[in-house]
Design a protein around this ligand. Structure first.
Ligand code: NAD
Length: 260
């Protein structure tokens, strides 16, 4: 028996990157995990089946799709203990080039889905006497950046949402926190950025150089390192932790260029 045995977890964006690493970690520690994604991956099937992870097709931009995801988890296990609102997309465009469709896609995926994921999970958690929500925000939710204003706005709003709901639902013993990763390697999002870069190796070095610890370690942050913080936040050890935005960025958000 492990700490999460008997618990039910829903992880959105669970087919790849940070979400997949989180789904694996929660399942290995005993949780029944529903890994929801717009693009469930065939390559996950064998490993997910071994870990008991259910891969669910779900477009989180649709409130109805989110509702049926949450209902499926509750119908199959009778409970919902952990929700990780992690699905997200980037939006690298200057403000003058952002279309209404760009805005809607980014805001609906990163912000609207996070809000409605929470609002749909909260009644079940209230009924159970508690629960834990972790939202994947970003470094961009702590400090705005020059190249992706809409993404920054969406992630800053996720930080605000996290703090607001933590305040509203502490009385229900529902904890709400978010993680704010810096550049994470081996993710769909990072791979897409690198594929579009003129010089992927130089871009990788730029990301590494931006944070003191990544620079000293000579590598980017890994999805597993972000998942480990999410794992901490859902643990009993974090019982008194709510409303926080944890930077997992090797010190990038300190805002001081690394020395050396
Ligand atoms: P990723 O692309 O590997 O994972 C994101 C997952 O979300 C993908 O599997 C994708 O299919 C899924 N997804 C996208 N739109 C969806 C939708 N409408 N419905 C359901 N699923 C959808 O990238 P990742 O880095 O693991 O991203 C996870 C989260 O981490 C995102 O919220 C992202 O903003 C955040 N983040 C990533 C980085 C980074 O450098 N990779 C840094 C900070 C924050």
């Amino acid at each position: 028996m492990t700490e999460l045995t008997g618990k039910t977890a829903v992880v959105t964006g669970g087919a790849n990157g940070i979400g997949r690493a989180t789904a694996r970690m929660l399942a290995r520690d005993g949780a029944t995990v529903f890994a929801a994604d717009l693009n469930p991956l065939e390559e996950n099937q064998t490993e997910f089946a071994r870990l008991g992870i259910r891969q669910v097709a779900c477009d989180v931009r649709s409130v109805e799709a989110l509702r049926s995801l949450i209902e499926q988890a509750i119908a199959e296990t009778g409970r919902l203990d952990i929700l990780v609102n992690n699905a997200g997309i980037g939006m690298v465009k200057p403000a003058a080039e952002v279309s209404e469709d760009d805005w809607d896609r980014c805001m609906d995926t990163n912000l609207k889905a996070t809000f409605f994921g929470c609002s749909l999970a909260i009644p079940q958690m209230q009924q159970q006497g508690g629960g834990v929500i972790v939202n994947t925000a970003s470094n961009a939710g702590l400090l705005p950046r020059t190249h992706d204003p809409v993404y920054s706005i969406s992630k800053m709003a996720v930080v605000a949402l996290t703090k607001s709901l933590a305040l509203c639902h502490g009385k229900d013993r529902i904890r709400v926190n978010c993680v704010c990763p810096g550049p994470v390697g081996d993710t769909g999002m990072m791979n897409a950025d690198l594929e579009q870069a003129d010089d992927p190796a130089a871009m990788t070095q730029k990301f590494i150089a931006a944070s003191p610890i990544a620079r000293a370690s000579g590598r980017m942050i890994s999805p597993e390192e972000v998942a480990a913080s999410i794992r901490y936040l859902v643990s009993e050890a974090a019982l008194m932790v709510t409303g926080t935005a944890i930077a997992i960025d090797g010190g990038k958000s300190l805002g001081v260029p690394p020395a050396g």
